[in-house]
Design a protein around this ligand. Structure first.
Ligand code: 5AD
Ligand code: FES
Length: 344
């Protein structure tokens, strides 16, 4: 089959094998056909509404050394911060006032935030009527259970790449097996589970990206967040090639075709490497945006990669800006929680 036929098949059957994914990923003639098909599938399964998830980046302290990430412990160039529980709770309260229904608590793997510290924060935020997503990395099964009982609904933990050798090269001292254990735990505990990858890591192949998409399907993920890898000058991968948007959009569009009813964010990394990258993503399969509601210097210091979009703005500006931009492409802001509704 030619690539256009494969795209039609994927939109009907929501299934492709690795060689078919590879063919589409390596065919540069069909990008617009792929994006249009993903956009139609998004509309058919999850509608036009865009779910906004308010992101609080509550600590940039991290015990890990991921070679691509600006928060890795060996980076001495960033100013480290840790928001205190009252500040986190007050940011969540402000998010309610802006009209957000979900709060995403994201942070480095900061040993300070034990379950004993986090549980009361989650309980308080839950009392505001918000859905809670956690994005705090690898923890014990017991911790995941405690967070769930305290009110966490969803968890984001990107697999980053399913190529075990590449994963362990770029995440020294971490194990691919433990990453998988975490994702399985989260599924079993009843979280909505989000995973995802970086697209464009040095050494990553199109074959490997095809396998990543099949992994999302195999995991039966509820959300997939992915973006281009953006070299960070303060990390060992600083000399990696300039990031490209198209490969990330293609992986995202194929993910929409294979997992048609899940939530897929248009990510900040996409916006960072191309003005309106998020809007392009929303028209190629995405249905979620995660505006940052962190304030002040913390917002500037959560520097995963350079030039992060909206880092210098304030939360109220982003809320207005996004609503207007979404309206301009005919996409209303959802007033619901936007949980994953299974349709296939
Ligand atoms: N470029 C793009 N994304 C990055 N992340 C970490 N470092 C970078 C980078 N340099 C992503 C990882 C992580 C998420 C929170 O941010 O995929 O899971
Ligand atoms: Fe932040 Fe537009 S969304 S400035």
């Amino acid at each position: 089959m030619n690539s256009t036929e494969l795209i039609t098949k994927a939109a009907q059957e929501h299934n492709l094998i690795e060689s078919e994914l590879y063919q589409i990923l390596t065919d540069s003639q069909i990008d617009d056909i792929l994006f249009a098909a993903a956009d139609r599938t998004r509309k058919k399964y999850v509608g036009d509404e865009v779910h906004l998830r308010a992101l609080i980046e509550f600590t940039n302290i991290c015990k890990n050394q991921c070679l691509y990430c600006g928060l890795q412990c060996q980076n001495k160039k960033i100013e480290r911060y840790r928001l205190d529980p009252e500040t986190i709770i007050s940011l969540a309260q402000k998010a309610v006032q802006y009209g957000y229904k979900t709060i995403v608590l994201q942070g480095g793997e900061d040993p300070f935030f034990t379950a004993d510290i986090l549980v009361p924060i989650l309980q308080k935020i839950k009392s505001f009527g918000l859905a809670i997503t956690l994005s705090i990395g690898e923890r014990s099964t017991e911790d995941y259970r405690a967070f769930k009982q305290a009110g966490a609904d969803r968890f984001l933990l990107r697999i980053e790449t399913t190529d075990k050798t590449l994963y362990e090269k770029y995440n020294p001292a971490m194990s691919f097996e433990n990453r998988l254990r975490c994702l399985q735990d989260l599924k079993q505990l009843g979280y909505e589970v989000g995973t995802g990858i970086l697209v464009g890591l040095p050494g990553q192949t199109m074959q490997s990206l095809a396998k990543d998409i099949l992994f999302f399907k195999e995991l039966n993920a509820d959300m997939i967040g992915l973006g281009p890898f953006i070299p960070n000058p303060d990390t060992p991968l600083k000399n990696a090639p300039k990031p490209l948007l198209t490969p990330a959009l293609k992986v995202m569009a194929l993910t929409r075709l294979l997992l048609p009813d899940i939530n897929i964010p248009a990510t900040t990394a996409m916006e960072t490497i191309e003005p309106n990258g998020r809007l392009r993503a929303l028209q190629a399969g995405a249905n979620v945006v995660m505006p940052n509601v962190t304030e002040g210097t913390a917002r500037l210091n959560y520097a995963l990669y350079p030039g992060k979009a909206c880092a210098g703005e304030d939360p109220s500006h982003c809320r207005g800006c996004l609503t207007a931009k979404l309206a301009a492409i005919g996409r209303p802001v959802s007033t619901g929680y936007g949980f994953h509704k299974k349709k296939i």
